[in-house]
Design a protein around this ligand. Structure first.
Ligand SMILES: [Zn+2]
Length: 250
């Protein structure tokens, strides 16, 4: 599995239909999301391709607790000893203790979408990769909105609730990068549409709230938008948000 450099000290791993990221500074590493429940061998492979080992991972950050993002976090925590960190409002979901955490909660909204080829491919891959049997994280350290985290790239926590209740983006001002998780995606895994957009409402816990959260990204100084699904997108965050709103109005 290859990691693609997408910014200074920022690597993207396209793990099938989902992305996760490695932040790097002076040999210190942080993971942002950990792919699918069965992604641990992919993570090991990507670290090795970067010339690093699991012992170099200091922190595991999560944008949110969907099983294609929290993925192999518990396995990675056990293998690296690194803490898993998520927003305070997301901790219960990441631990599997929230009533909304079960992937079966998504099924009723997803079933009508399976007439779409893209949704079918995503659901197939998700099933094979363990989406329906998430590995919840036993110990989670909370961070809060506005925190600047002492990890490579010094990401600042930007709360973007709606896709899930404690969803966050990470802003790395010194790298000109925003990692937006599933607040904005560049390829919608359900519809297959590309360009910055809010993911399909079938996967948004609180759709209206996820739209309101766009304003949190709009003014961030960055020229690279990295998301949970789709390729990196280059341009201003104001432009990305404008495109997401436009796509939403279609
Ligand atoms: Zn998600």
């Amino acid at each position: 599995m290859k990691a693609e450099q997408v910014g200074e000290g920022v690597h993207r791993v396209a793990d099938g239909l989902v992305n996760w990221y490695v932040l790097e500074e002076d040999g210190r590493l942080a993971l942002v999301d950990t792919g699918w429940p069965r992604s641990w061998p992919t993570i090991e492979g990507a670290l090795s391709a970067l010339g690093r080992s699991p012992a170099d991972v200091e922190t595991i950050l999560l944008t949110h607790g969907h099983p294609d993002h929290l993925g192999a976090a518990e396995r990675a925590r056990a293998a690296t000893g690194a803490p898993v960190r998520a927003h305070r409002d997301e901790v219960a979901r990441v631990r599997g203790e929230s009533k909304d955490a079960s992937p079966f909660k998504l099924v009723p909204a997803l079933v009508p979408q399976l007439r779409r080829g893209a949704a079918m491919r995503f659901v197939f891959q998700a099933t094979v990769q363990g989406f329906m049997t998430p590995k919840w994280v036993r110990e989670v350290d909370a961070f809060d909105t506005g925190d600047e985290l002492d990890v490579p790239g010094r990401p600042r926590v930007v709360a973007t609730p709606g896709h899930t209740e404690g969803h966050v983006a990470f802003h790395l001002p010194s790298r000109g990068v925003v990692i937006a998780g599933d607040e904005i995606v560049v390829r919608d895994p359900i519809t297959g549409a590309s360009g910055p957009r809010i993911p399909h409402d079938a996967v948004n816990a609180q759709p209206a709230r996820s739209r309101e959260s766009l304003v949190q990204l709009e003014g961030l100084e960055a020229d690279t938008l990295l998301t949970g699904h789709g390729d990196p997108w280059r341009g201003s965050m104001g432009d990305a948000v404008a495109r997401a709103r436009e796509a939403d109005a279609d």
